[in-house]
Design a protein around this ligand. Structure first.
Ligand code: FES
Length: 260
């Protein structure tokens, strides 16, 4: 599986809202749904996904989402914005069933490919039937022990290349630069004293320097200027600009450097 990031706005549309969920069929994909929140109905607008650890498809994705919503709700107010992450399987079918053939009482349900609300219900039914020894006519489709993803050779090759780049190529391609060239409220990886250093310069010019090596398995992180985070292209771990871990599978913070 690989990780995919999507962006989300929670919007007070200042007008009556629909019920239900809607999604378009062309790229880029956007979904609309409503949610009850503190005695109000809010619009949840999500989309503009990309592989975690790679550059967003838009310079300012949140603004792009807001502009889209304004077409339908010109008086709207954006109350919250965030990004979220999903596990995508190579054959686009979730894994639901036994975790391994050696642990018959341990189940897994993952790789929902952004359809978690629907597929988690499918998973609940399949796993419940497994536990009760009932036959479930859909369980073979989601068989968690299948090896079919290997059939998706193109995506497998892409993932291999991306991981290889994150481990090796980026490390030797880093061009020497100086902190002064980094604009305020921006980040970059630069070489300092022969070390790769991840730098974020805040709005006031304060510098935050970290070791940009993922604490999970050592991939080189990339700077995400939309959310001011360090993101891992290998398995999707993320860290805030101070190096604090905010997303697994890594659970350790990045090493901080002091800049003199
Ligand atoms: Fe970064 Fe695995 S190496 S998440």
């Amino acid at each position: 599986m690989y990780q995919s990031t999507s962006y989300v706005l929670a919007i007070d549309t200042k007008t009556e809202l629909f019920d239900g969920m809607y999604i378009n069929t062309e790229e880029p994909i956007y979904s609309f749904r409503s949610v009850d929140f503190e005695n109000k109905k809010l619009l949840i607008l999500a989309g503009a996904d990309h592989k975690t650890g790679f550059a967003p498809t838009e310079v300012d994705t949140y603004k792009k989402l807001e502009d889209l919503a304004k077409k339908y709700y010109p008086k709207l107010e954006v109350l919250y914005k965030w990004n979220t992450r999903d596990c995508i399987t190579l054959d686009k079918i979730p894994y639901i069933g036994n975790l391994s053939s050696f642990s018959p009482n341990v189940y897994v349900a993952t790789g929902f490919n952004k359809w978690g609300m629907t597929t988690s219900n499918v998973a609940a039914n399949i796993i419940k039937d497994n536990i009760l020894n009932n036959e479930n006519k859909y369980s073979f489709v989601f068989n968690s022990l299948r090896l079919n993803p290997i059939k998706n050779r193109t995506e497998l090759k892409n993932m291999g290349n991306e991981s290889f780049k994150a481990f090796i190529t980026n490390r030797i391609k880093i061009t020497p630069d100086s902190i002064s060239k980094i604009k305020r409220d921006n980040g970059a990886i630069i070489k300092l004293s022969n070390k790769s250093v991840g730098i974020y310069k805040d709005l006031y010019g304060k510098i935050y320097a970290v070791n940009p090596t993922c604490t999970h398995l050592g991939c080189l992180l990339t700077w995400n200027n939309l959310d001011k985070t360090w993101d891992c292209p290998c398995h999707g771990s993320r860290y805030d600009y101070t190096g604090k871990n905010i997303y697994d599978p890594a659970f350790k913070n990045l090493k901080r450097y002091e800049i003199e």
